[in-house]
Design a protein around this ligand. Sequence first.
Ligand code: M6R
Length: 353
Amino acid sequence: GKGGYDHYMLKEIREQPTALRQCLRGRIDELDGTVALEDIADLDHSGPVQFVACGTSYHAALFGAERLRAAGVSAQAFLASEYTRERVPVDSDTLVVGVTQSGETADTLRALRAADGAGATTLAVTNTVASSAARECDHALYIRAGPEIGVAATKTFASQQLALALLAFELGGEATRAELEAIRDVPGHVQTVLETTTATEIAEAYVDADAYFFVGRGYHYPVALEGALKMKEITYKHAEGFAAGELKHGPLALVSENTPVFAVVTGDDEAARKTIGNVKEVEARDAPVVAITDGVSDVARYADHVLEIPAVDDLGASVLANVQLQLVAYRVANQLGRSIDKPRHLAKSVTVE
Ligand code: M6R
């Protein structure tokens, strides 16, 4: 059941610390400074990596590709429905990773089969043991999030993020102790976010907005896309995510005082400073700004509201920022009285192409 919650979605958002601990269990040896993924112990790969996925899982794939590139691995993410063997450079050196919660998404299965047909090694990153993807791929890595009932993917996205972060150690360079500790600490920080969030206030302030925009850079770019997807699918309102640097190339024409812009800005590096520059451009056009931030930079000075997260590295911060955006979408949808667990026109598992 819903365990006392009004919706499975809220239950599953709140389950994230537990889900993430399950995902990490037995996979990190901090003393040795190593990651051990038993599921894929016999995967030995050193070539390029391609991700194929749909929807929320595609956003996780974008995150995974970014993380792999940071580890020195050539990696790209493709929408499974756009992936065809004829047009992508795939051969026996390539590892093709299907990211799929259900393991039954038709577009993703088709892309994996095409990759297999071209001689690539295939890996399913999935929540579902013995799913079609797990059975058909050469390898399977389980994200161990537990069953997800709400149509909107929440805990499975966070678990995909951490599983892919672990995969990067397996395929890329060795982990440092600091990196491993940072990953180990993510579940606890998610708990802090759940206990301290002011998402309800933000939702009340902007429930009548015309549209919602989300921006971020680096690891926060897929989070901006995911924030918008969550918002549109459960509130039925217009929401879009952009790479922060793209605003001035078109989307800026959309912003007004009725379109809040959610900006994910953490740390105080060049990426953060550039996104703050984008925030100033938005503010100058009178759009309300909600900063999702750790308070390390001075982005709050340019924001109307702040959703605070603990100060951690940018990889972990993207998990935490996403939890805040899940909660905002949930609270807006709840105030609008939407059918949160079963949004109109959508299915949990999309088994047609
Ligand atoms: O089961 P999958 O991860 O392959 O599903 C792919 C998408 O249909 C899915 O992520 C969808 O976008 C989410 N349920 C939206 O919240």
